[in-house]
Design a protein around this ligand. Sequence first.
Ligand code: GLV
Ligand code: GLV
Length: 325
Amino acid sequence: DKPHVFITRRIPDIGLEMLSEHVEIDLWEEELPPAYDVLRERTQRADGLLCLLTDRIDKELIENSARLRVISQYAVGIDNIDIDSATKRKIPVGHTPGVLTDATADFTWALLMSAARRVVEADAFTREGKWKTWGPTILLGMDVARSTLGIIGFGRIGQAVARRAKGFDMRILYYDNKRLPEMEETLGVEYVSLETLIKEADFISLHVPLTPNTYHLIGEKEFSMMKKEAILINTARGSVVDQEALYHALKERKIRGAAIDVTDPEPIPSNSPLLQLPNLIITPHIASASVQSRTQMAVMAAENLIAGLQGKRLPFCANPQVYEK
Ligand code: GLV
Ligand code: GLV
């Protein structure tokens, strides 16, 4: 008998094909995620679970899934999963680091450039027939070249963002809870305190995972310390930023602008006042959404799941503690 696996959304075919050789698939085919009750019920019957960041994999669900032997998350971030509960039950949790690093760093730059040079506003301006002539002061933005970039969270993605910044002759500051001296030399980046970064950067980009320590890392106090011309980019997780403080900072022009790919909650409610702000760009959590990246994520998620069901160590495990004696 093949093991039984619940997959909470259709992932790129290659992942499903890899899995179908090894497992019996229960696939949630809807566009929207399964409701929590459905998720819990279907997971109860499963030996393996392949889930997305839209699925809440909490203590109750994990404790009620007696057969469950492996969780494979189709994402690098795992803040939707109660890792401690999984570890307690010796369930390894797989994720997909590395394969989305470049896609996410590229998209961070797409947002940064768009916010700096007002690309989204300019497109709307053109379509709305407001382009009457070439104007000396129409839609002025900010220089990216030779400005100061502040990267908060210097893991794989933060480093990839820094690498791209070198071509723009930027001064690059980073803050992380661990200092990486070798990187400082090879990437030409400076380690500074969070406060210094916030005060000195023209562009601030977030690349931390969401944890209790990074929840609302950027709030009213931080916005008040930023430069008046600062632009904030968030491709990490929505609640790393206090969204109400972001609204006020943008509305009252305490900072120049922001571009965010993530919100709290997701999707952003259609009546959110954020959607009224001209100096904010919002995209629907698509930083890893390149064809190549999403395909490789499917392969990696399938590999993690298969390894877990075969009792092998997951190639990419978010809770390697499960392998300690
Ligand atoms: C996407 O947000 C991810 O964590 O992979
Ligand atoms: C995620 O891939 C990170 O370490 O930034």
